[in-house]
Each structure stands twice: as structure tokens, then as C-alpha cells.
Design a protein around this ligand. Structure first.
Ligand code: DHB
Ligand code: FE
Length: 249
């Protein structure tokens, strides 16, 4: 028997039971719910449904116990096998998005910098789509991986991402609309950092004052991840600092 699994499933069922009882949910409403989930499954939107409503809560639970800086949801569009990049992410020909420089430092909880960490960076096109996912955009566009230098720093040039709407034509979009919400996420840059001896770190950076930054459909915003944008000549600059959680076992 798997005790951890048993406890988590039992607790989830008990929590659901409390909500159903408090709201006097009827048998008919329950059947409608089952029917809805079958439709979500048929339309292949089950991961979307669960990620939009629950992934941010998993991150919150995880961050609660670590010494790392704030993490954020991974979302569905991380790709493992992406090019190593030097100074810039590949952007689409004719991309007229604003030039953006992403600068960061990777640290340990005591402030020591972490050299030779692998940093994955990925974000949307200026049209709010993802390379290798949405049609017509090769997977090496708007994503790449690089290593931190001896000083724990990394820097990469790209163009400014824009707000993104999660798939809104299917049952998940319909539910969100019925709940009186829009289907947008604020503009963001995704990061994943890996280094031996530390827990994998996954986060996003959002832009201060950005549209939907206080109203993300995926509930994925953490105040500590909203960064001011600096202007340096013709470039916008995003400056991020990440703290990794040392593995204890
Ligand atoms: C979704 C897309 C994202 O780019 C993201 O960061 C989170 C969620 C989505 O489509 O569910
Ligand atoms: Fe995203």
C-alpha cells in the first residue's frame, strides 16, 4: 500500500466533500459535472483544466518548504531539447517586438553565486504563441538554454513577450467564461534552472504595470515575480535574481 498516496487522495476527497455539502450540490449538478469532465477529456483539455486551476497551488505548497526564491507554474510549453544559445534567442524573421535583454544571477540561499548552472528561457512570440507548439513557429524560436558564468550571471537578448490567452475555444474556455473571467495570462518569460546538488527551479517573470498582471487566469502571479522594466538605450531590460534550494538528501 502507498500510504502517502492514500492520505493525499483521502484528504482531497474529504475537501471536495466539504465544498459539495456547503453548497448543497445536487445529484443533477454532480451528473452535469461528470458530463463536463468527459467532454474535457474528449477534447484533450484535461491537462489544461488541471494546470489552470491547480498548478499554482502545487507551487505554493512546494515553495513553502524550500529555501529557494519564488517559483511559478511551468505551464504546458516547456521543451527539453532546445538549442544552446550564446547572446540571443532566435526570433522570427520580421519580428518587430521591442528588444528585450534578460539578465539574471543564480545564487545559493546564503548569497553565494552559482556558476555553470543551466538556465532554460522560453516565452511567447509577439503574437502570443509558442515556438514548437503553435503552428508555423519552429521550436528553436523564442527558447534556448545557456550556462551561468563564473559570477553566476547569465544574459540573453530577445524581444518582449505579450499577454497570452490560454486555449479559449474548448470546454475549459467555456467554463472560465461562465465564471465571469477572461482567459488571459500577463506577458511573461519562463525560466527553468538546473544545477547538480540543487532542486530543479522553475519560475516565470512578469512585468510591472503589465496588462493582467493582477488578474492572471492561471492564478500564477506571485508579487516577488513582478519586475520593473528598465530602459537602456533602445532596449528594455529585465533583471532577475534566482535562489536555488540545496538538495538535502
Ligand atoms: C498556459 C500557457 C502558458 O504559457 C503558461 O505560462 C501557463 C499556462 C496554458 O495554456 O494553460
Ligand atoms: Fe507561458
Amino acid at each position: 500500500m502507498n500510504e502517502r498516496l492514500t492520505k493525499i487522495v483521502r484528504d482531497l476527497i474529504a475537501a471536495a466533500g466539504k465544498v459539495l455539502a456547503e453548497n448543497n450540490v445536487t445529484r443533477e449538478e454532480y451528473r452535469q459535472g461528470v458530463h463536463y469532465l468527459a467532454k474535457v477529456q474528449a477534447d484533450k483539455e484535461l491537462p489544461l483544466l488541471i494546470d489552470v486551476f491547480l498548478e499554482h497551488l502545487v507551487i505554493k505548497a512546494e515553495d513553502h518548504r524550500g529555501h529557494n526564491s519564488a517559483q511559478a507554474i511551468e505551464g504546458p510549453y516547456f521543451i527539453e531539447e532546445v538549442p544552446w544559445v550564446e547572446s540571443a534567442l532566435k526570433t522570427a524573421p520580421g519580428d518587430e517586438g521591442e528588444p528585450l535583454i534578460v539578465r539574471g544571477t543564480v545564487k545559493e540561499p546564503d548569497g553565494a553565486t552559482v556558476k555553470d548552472a543551466t538556465v532554460f528561457v522560453w516565452h511567447s512570440t509577439p503574437d502570443g504563441a509558442y515556438g514548437g507548439i503553435h503552428e508555423g513557429i519552429p521550436s528553436e524560436f523564442y527558447r534556448g538554454r545557456l550556462k551561468t558564468g563564473a559570477d553566476g550571471k547569465f544574459e540573453i537578448a530577445t524581444t518582449l513577450p505579450v499577454p497570452y490567452t490560454i486555449p479559449d475555444k474548448g470546454p475549459v474556455g467555456a467554463l472560465i467564461t461562465m465564471m465571469g473571467h477572461h482567459t488571459w495570462r500577463p506577458a511573461h518569460v519562463h525560466f527553468k534552472v538546473r544545477k547538480d546538488g540543487f532542486r530543479e527551479f522553475t519560475t516565470q517573470a512578469y512585468f510591472e504595470g503589465g496588462k493582467y498582471v493582477d488578474d492572471d487566469v492561471a492564478g500564477g502571479i506571485v508579487d516577488a515575480l513582478i519586475f520593473p522594466i528598465q530602459q537602456e538605450g533602445k532596449n528594455k531590460v529585465l533583471n532577475v535574481d534566482f535562489v536555488l534550494d540545496p538538495k538535502t538528501s
